[in-house]
Design a protein around this ligand. Sequence first.
Ligand code: 4NP
Length: 157
Amino acid sequence: MKILFVCLGNICRSPMAEGVMKDLVQQHQLDWYIDSAGTESYHIGQQPDGRAVKTCIKYGINIGDQRARKLSKKDFETFDLIYALADEVLHEIKSSHPNPPQGKLKLLLDEVFPGEHRSVPDPWYGGEEGFDPVFHMIREACEAVVKKYGSVSSAVI
Ligand code: 4NP
């Protein structure tokens, strides 16, 4: 299984999701490939936001080696599942990459709250304290993904 997480800048939410999911994948000994990307170009090549790095470290996860990149057309071939961290991100992906393969593009929090179109809030503009709740939302959703797909091969999806 190959999973891509997507937010706007690829420096806050999706790097945390990548780190959290890689940690779960290791714990569950899954043969999954995990990556993240952003819909915007502002931060390409940059490390994740220091507040995101610090929050993940608190939970034993190192995301400091990640570098921001932009979502590309090829990602729709490479990945089995592409999770948007927020509804605005989902809309942006759909408008810039029309007709993604059926069932591949999803909203991450739909795995916890199906059909409610919930978004992981953008913590970029607030203080460091905003990153902790974001971490927990992401972890709950990633655990749901592992529970849902942890025993199936990518060919089944
Ligand atoms: P992210 O957060 O999408 O979770 O990486 C943001 C990072 C940067 C900006 C917006 C959101 N920005 O406007 O630069």
